[in-house]
Design a protein around this ligand. Structure first.
Ligand code: AMP
Length: 337
């Protein structure tokens, strides 16, 4: 569900994983099962047996109807890392005392453009299931492409004006794909709460807006960005980075830090400080190829004016090697003395 894309591998099919059945530490579920699977510890826990694995809507329904409430959903594209794990932990807290966490693992073809990395996006269901077991997840929903899109959808979610800016401008159709699959997952999993990361700030804002505008009865919770010790925001796509790309990519978080540090000098100062770091990185080897740097209103995602005061989001998207990365930071602009 997140962002960042690069060329290569378009055209492959599949949703991220194949195979069925019970894996070590996982329990498959069959649709229509009338009672909890053996070893299920009840509403809030999953116990040592690990999460139930549902591959179809019917299987998820069978699981869902016997789980406690609140059901807290964490939508992901899999290849789970520490950022996802922070979401899972937040979800677990929010599910207490009687609820449960459901994780969806689905590489959503609808949000990938032609020439993007759908075909080679990392897929690691076995490891994801092990991570979910460690985090006390009750059920993992890992559907096939055909299960989610039995036919090419003709009706999809229009993300509106915010969805056409920034990521939406760089990746036409991206937010339509994201919101459409999120809406479908909400209908299929019927969560009370859904957890998203601030790493994808525009996505988070659009999911919130969709939930409000379409009267969805789901509370949206947000989790701060998880970073590696060197500052790089954790992402499933970081595995694409060569060591050289990675050192170039560090300019994103450095630029955000520099920008946030210049909050006292107003929007112009923030953009200048962040821009200087990115300019340096553009001259590095390998060079950073900037897509956008923007200081925006956190609701409209339009650029703030030079005299703006209040909360803002500093957003950056750039390519290191063939890998497109995004990052952001919240900046509070106070009046200058
Ligand atoms: P993805 O699997 O990339 O679609 O991401 C699934 C969810 O994890 C989205 O809500 C992301 O915003 C969130 N996420 C991904 N990376 C991070 C991170 N480094 N910190 C916090 N949340 C993250």
């Amino acid at each position: 569900m997140s962002t960042g894309a690069d060329a290569a591998g378009a055209g492959s099919t599949g949703s991220g994983s194949t195979g069925t059945g019970t894996r070590a530490g996982t329990r498959a579920v069959s649709a229509g099962a009338g009672r909890p699977a053996a070893g299920h510890t009840g509403a809030s826990g999953t116990g040592a047996a690990g999460p139930l694995l549902a591959r179809t809507r019917a299987e998820l329904e069978a699981v869902r109807d016997r789980l406690g409430r609140p059901v807290v959903l964490v939508p992901t594209m899999g290849a789970l890392h520490q950022g996802h794990r922070a979401l899972l932990r937040r979800a677990r807290e929010m599910s207490m005392p009687n609820g449960c966490v459901v994780v969806s693992v689905f590489v959503n073809p609808l949000q990938f453009g032609a020439g993007e990395d759908f075909g080679r996006y990392p897929r690691a269901l076995e490891r994801d299931l092990a991570a979910c077991a460690e985090e006390g997840v009750a059920a993992v929903f890992a559907p096939s492409r055909e299960e989610i899109y039995p036919e090419e959808p003709l009706v999809t979610v229009d993300p509106g004006p915010v969805g056409r800016l920034l990521e939406g401008s760089s990746r036409p159709g991206f937010f339509c794909g994201v919101l459409t699959v999120v809406l479908k997952l909400f209908h299929i999993a019927t969560p009370d709460v859904a957890v998203f990361g601030q790493k994808d700030a525009q996505q988070l804002a659009l999911v919130r807006r969709m939930t409000a505008d379409l009267d969805l009865d789901v509370h949206i919770a947000a989790v701060p960005i998880v970073r590696d010790p060197d500052g790089l925001a954790v992402s499933s796509r970081n595995v694409y980075l060569s060591p050289e790309d990675r050192s170039t990519a560090l300019a994103l978080s450095r630029a955000l830090q520099a920008g946030a540090g210049a909050a006292g000098s107003g929007p112009v100062g923030v953009l200048a400080a962040a821009g200087a770091v990115l300019d340096n990185a553009a001259a590095a080897d390998p060079p950073l190829a900037l897509d956008y740097l923007a200081l925006v209103d956190p609701v409209t995602f339009t650029a703030v004016g030079d005299r703006y005061e209040g909360p803002a989001l500093l957003l950056v998207a750039a390519r290191a090697g063939a890998t497109r990365l995004i990052d952001n930071a919240r900046v509070t602009l106070a009046g200058r003395p």
